[in-house]
Write a protein that binds this ligand. Structure first.
Ligand code: GTP
Length: 598
C-alpha cells in the first residue's frame, strides 16, 4: 500500500466516554478481532501465555480499510494510556500519529481529561476529528456539547460527528473522515531511519519488545540499530505488526507502526520518546520531544515480616524489568527496619506497584506516606534534594526550601465552585483563572503544591462535589515555601517513618490533628504512651494513649459471644499489619495518618 494511503491515528477521550467501545467497532468493521475477542482468546491461552511469559499489549493495531471510492487504506490505530500520571507516554503515543478522533460523551460534555488530551494533540499538530458519542442516551444533549466544543476548543460545530459506538451510529463516517481529514505520514523512504519508540515491554524469552512508529527511512531484520539517547547498539532479530495478533515482517517502512526485538535486556535502554536509527547510516538529529521521565512521588516500602526483605528486593527487580520509571534504593529506618525508598510517576503508579507486590508476590507491606522531592538550600550554600522527610537537614541548617508546584485544572458544575475553591485554598492553592464552559459548567485553575495533591486532594474533591468534578494537573516548577519538618515521638522516641514536611502556617493545626489521630489509631498497650509532635526540639502538640485496662473485653462486651469473637477477629486481622516500633505496636494506618491531616 502506498504511503499516501496510510493513516496513523489515536482515539482520545475522558475516561468512560467510549474510547474502547469505538475502537472495538472499528476493529470489527475492518474485520480484525475486537478487543473483547482478543481478551477471550488470551484468557483461553492464559496458562500458556503465563508459562512463556508472553503478554501482548493491544496498543498499536494495523488495519485494512476499503474506502467507498474502492481505494485500499492502511490504518494504524494507536492506543494511549488513560491517566494523568502517564501524560508523557500519552504525548509520545500521539507523536506517532497525524490525527486523533476526539470523543466526548453526549451527556457529560467536555471533562478535564478531554481538554488535557486535546492540548497534547495540538502540541503534536494533530488533525482532530470531533465526535459526540452516546447520542442514544436519553439524557444526551448533543447540541449543548457541540456548542461547548466550539466555545472551548474552537471546533466548528458543523464538523462534529454525532455517534453511538454502542448502536453503530456514525462509525462509518468516522472512518471516512480518518481518510479525508488526517494527512498521510510525511517522512521519506530514502532518509536515514528515525523510529519513534512509544512503548516497550519485557519478554523473558525475546528480551525487550519495542513499539515503534517509523517516521523516516526503514528498518529490516538483521539491521544494526542505535538508540540515540544512550548510543547503545543492537541487532534486530524480529520485526512485526499487530493485526491485532503479532504478524512477523521482514521490514517496517516509513509510516508503519509495529514492533521489533533485538536481544535488549533492559526496558530502561528503550526509553519512551527516544529515536531508533541505523548504526551504519545514522540520522543526524533525533526526533523532537524526548524527555527522561523522573519519578515525582516517593515512599518507603517495608516488609511487615522482616524475613521477606529479600523477597521484596526480588519483586522490585522483576517489576523494574517492565517499568523504566520505577525507581528504588535500599533504605533503613530505625522504626521499620530494612526496606526500600521507591520513586513513582504519580499516586496511581504508586498504588499499582504496591498492589502488585502484595498480590503477585505475596508480600505484606508497610508503606510510609508519599512525599515529593524538595530542594533544600542550606546555610552553607549547598543545595540538596530531599525525597524522604526523615533526611531533611535540621532547621537551623536550612536557608530555603523549594517545593514542586502544579497547575491544577478542575471542571465542575457551578453549584460546586464554592467547595472546590475552599479545598484549593486549604491546600495552599493560588487562584489563577476561572472560565464558564457553558451556563452551568466551570473550569477552575489553581497553582497548588504537588505535595498537597499527592495527599488526599482528589478524594476530597470527589466527595465535596458528589463525584462531578474532573481533574488534571501539570508540573510547573519549583517555588520557595515556608516548610518545616515535623517529627512524631512515641513514648519519647522520634519515629523516623512518621516524620513529614509541613507549611509553617499549618504546623500547629496539623501537629494537633495528627497526635489525636494517632492516639485513636494506635491500640492501647500495657502502659501509657505519650504521642508528641515536634519541630526541632520544640514539642508543639501532645496526646496520650491510655494504658490497657485488664479484662477490657469482658467488661465491654459482657456475655455477647459473637460480638466478642468479632472483636477478637478484628484484632487478629489488624495484627497482620502491625509493626513493633521500639516498645509500641503500630498499625499500618498510622503511617498513612498524615495523609488525612489536611
Ligand atoms: P476507559 O477504558 O475507562 O478509558 O473508558 P473508555 O473511554 O474506553 O470507555 P468504554 O468504551 O469502556 O465505555 C464506557 C461505558 O460507556 C461502557 O459501559 C460502554 O458500554 C458505554 N458506551 C460506550 N459507547 C456508548 C454509546 O454509544 N452509547 C451508550 N449508551 N453507551 C456507550
Amino acid at each position: 500500500i502506498k504511503q499516501e494511503n496510510v493513516r496513523n491515528f489515536s482515539i482520545i477521550a475522558h475516561i468512560d466516554h467510549g474510547k474502547s467501545t469505538l475502537a472495538d467497532r472499528i476493529l470489527e468493521k475492518t474485520k480484525a478481532l475486537t478487543q473483547r475477542q482478543m481478551k477471550e482468546q488470551f484468557l483461553d491461552a492464559m496458562d500458556l501465555e503465563r508459562e512463556r511469559g508472553i503478554t501482548i499489549k493491544l496498543n498499536a493495531v494495523q488495519l485494512n480499510y476499503k474506502h467507498k471510492n474502492e481505494e485500499d487504506y492502511l490504518f494504524h490505530l494507536i492506543d494511549t494510556p488513560g491517566h494523568v500520571d502517564f501524560t508523557y507516554e500519552v504525548s509520545r503515543s500521539l507523536a506517532a500519529c497525524e490525527g486523533a478522533v476526539l470523543i466526548v460523551d453526549a451527556a457529560q460534555g467536555i471533562e478535564a481529561q478531554t481538554l488535557a488530551n486535546v492540548y497534547l494533540a495540538l502540541d503534536n499538530d494533530l488533525e482532530l476529528i470531533p465526535v459526540i458519542n452516546k447520542i442514544d442516551l436519553p439524557n444526551a444533549d448533543p447540541d449543548r456539547v457541540a456548542q461547548e466544543l466550539e466555545d472551548v476548543i474552537g471546533i466548528d460545530k458543523d464538523e462534529v460527528i454525532l455517534a453511538s459506538a454502542k448502536d453503530d451510529i456514525g462509525v462509518d463516517e468516522i472512518m471516512e473522515r480518518v481518510v479525508s481529514d488526517i494527512p498521510s505520514p510525511s517522512g521519506k523512504m530514502e532518509n536515514p531511519l528515525k523510529g519513534l519508540i512509544f512503548d516497550s515491554m519485557y519478554d523473558p524469552y525475546r528480551g525487550v519488545i519495542t513499539y515503534i512508529c517509523v517516521k523516516e527511512g526503514s528498518v529490516k531484520v538483521g539491521d544494526k540499530i542505535r538508540l540515540m539517547a544512550n548510543d547503545k547498539e543492537f541487532e534486530v532479530n524480529e520485526i512485526g505488526v499487530f493485526r491485532p495478533n503479532p504478524v512477523p515482517q521482514d521490514e517496517l517502512t516509513v509510516g508503519e507502526v509495529g514492533f521489533l526485538t533485538a536481544s535488549i535486556k533492559n526496558v530502561s535502554d528503550t526509553r519512551v520518546g527516544d529515536t531508533i536509527t541505523l548504526a551504519k547510516n545514522p540520522a543526524e538529529t533525533p526526533l523532537p520531544g524526548y524527555k527522561r521521565l523522573n519519578p515525582m512521588v516517593f515512599c518507603g516500602l517495608f516488609p511487615v515480616d522482616s524475613n521477606q526483605y529479600n523477597d521484596l528486593r526480588e519483586a522490585l527487580e522483576r517489576l523494574e524489568l517492565n517499568d523504566s520509571s520505577l525507581q528504588y534504593d535500599a533504605e533503613s529506618s530505625q522504626a521499620l527496619g530494612f526496606g526500600f525508598r521507591c520513586g513513582f510517576l504519580g499516586l496511581l503508579h504508586m498504588e499499582i506497584i504496591q498492589e502488585r507486590i502484595e498480590r503477585e508476590f505475596n508480600i505484606s507491606l508497610i508503606t510510609t506516606a508519599p512525599s515529593v522531592i524538595y530542594e533544600v538550600e542550606k546555610t552553607d550554600g549547598e543545595t540538596v534534594e530531599v525525597d524522604n522527610p526523615s533526611t531533611m537537614p535540621d532547621t537551623q541548617l536550612v536557608q530555603e526550601v523549594r517545593e514542586p508546584f502544579v497547575k491544577a485544572t478542575v471542571m465542575v458544575p457551578n453549584d460546586y465552585v464554592g467547595p472546590v475553591m475552599e479545598i484549593a485554598q486549604k491546600k495552599r492553592g493560588q487562584f489563577v483563572d476561572m472560565q464558564y464552559l457553558d451556563e452551568v459548567r466551570v473550569n477552575v485553575v489553581y497553582h497548588i503544591p504537588l505535595s498537597e495533591i499527592v495527599y488526599d486532594f482528589f478524594d476530597k474533591l470527589k466527595s465535596k462535589t458528589k463525584g462531578y468534578a474532573s481533574f488534571d494537573y501539570d508540573l510547573i516548577g519549583y517555588h520557595a515555601s515556608k516548610l518545616v519538618k515535623m517529627d512524631i515521638l512515641l513514648n519519647g522516641d522520634t519515629i523516623d517513618a512518621l516524620s513529614f514536611i509541613v507549611h509553617r502556617d499549618f504546623a500547629y493545626e496539623r501537629g494537633k490533628n495528627i497526635v489525636d489521630k494517632l492516639k485513636d489509631l494506635i491500640p492501647r498497650q500495657q502502659f501509657e504512651v505519650p504521642v508528641q509532635a515536634a519541630i526541632g526540639n520544640k514539642i508543639i502538640a501532645r496526646s496520650t494513649i491510655k494504658a490497657l485496662k485488664k479484662n477490657v473485653l469482658s467488661k465491654l462486651y459482657g456475655g455477647d459471644v459473637t460480638r466478642k469473637r468479632k472483636l477478637l477477629e478484628k484484632q487478629k486481622e489488624g495484627k497482620k499489619r502491625m509493626k513493633m516500633v521500639g516498645s509500641v505496636e503500630v498499625p499500618q494506618e498510622a503511617f498513612m495518618a498524615v495523609l488525612e491531616m489536611n
